[in-house]
Design a protein around this ligand. Sequence first.
Ligand code: SF4
Length: 296
Amino acid sequence: MSTSTTTALQASLVELIRVSSTVLPRDVITAVDAGRKVEEVGTNAAYALDVIDCNIGLAKTKSQPLCQDTGSILVYVHTPVGYDQIEFEETFIEAVKEATTKGYLRQNSVDSITGKNSGNNVGPGTPDFHFHQWRKDHVEVKLMLKGGGCENVGVTYTLPNPKFGGRDLKGVENAILDCVLQAQGHGCGPGILGVGIGGDRVSGMAWGKHQLLRLLDDTNPDPVLAELEKSIVAKANQSGIGPMGFGGKTTLLGCKVGKLNRVPASFFVSISYMCWAFRRQGVNLAADGSITRWIY
Ligand code: SF4
């Protein structure tokens, strides 16, 4: 990359980080608004969603982080064949440091043993890069800031399980609903679930998290999984858990399910729980590093 391309790329990535951290994507705002419409005026649920709405507005207007928890910095990149991924990674790391200095990201990455803050949101495993090549001629970058509180309530279940059932859709659904039940009052709901059925313990959870890159209002191309997603959201929202566990009708804003093949000996249901502060954004980049399109 030429110096001017690297400079332009870093500027684009800082802007991607700023927008991801301070502006909730349209599909998430639409889902929060839909929740506000169904909660009864004067209830704790309505109050919680009003506060969330206020938070969303203030963060955008002031260009300040939506939440004090920067979260894990997850980066999903598609590049043309032959693109310099090493230089992209180095430039993204510099962009994270710059965004932290500018206050778009709170300093929130610590050494796992000593607890010492790196001060710039950079360190082993952060940012977390997922690179793939494709045959298109542009770079696509998707960024997700995954909060720690909601990450804490994610679970991997193994089936069969005497409580949830066997290695079938019913067992899967019961496991997912148990996750919602266990998460009540934690994880800053209303939540969004990214579920990976199958795979191994790593690939299943990674695929579950990957589902969170889908638009909330999309339809799963697999009709069985599409039905499962609808059923989970409907049942969770009838549970009475509500926003922040305060009671109400808005427990989940969405549920996105994908599946991977597994070995016959294992059946994992890996659930990644995302909080209302669902910070994800993406851009397409031209060869000169400039942004050509915002994805969400
Ligand atoms: S779970 Fe989400 S909303 Fe709650 S503190 Fe963490 S990032 Fe913020």
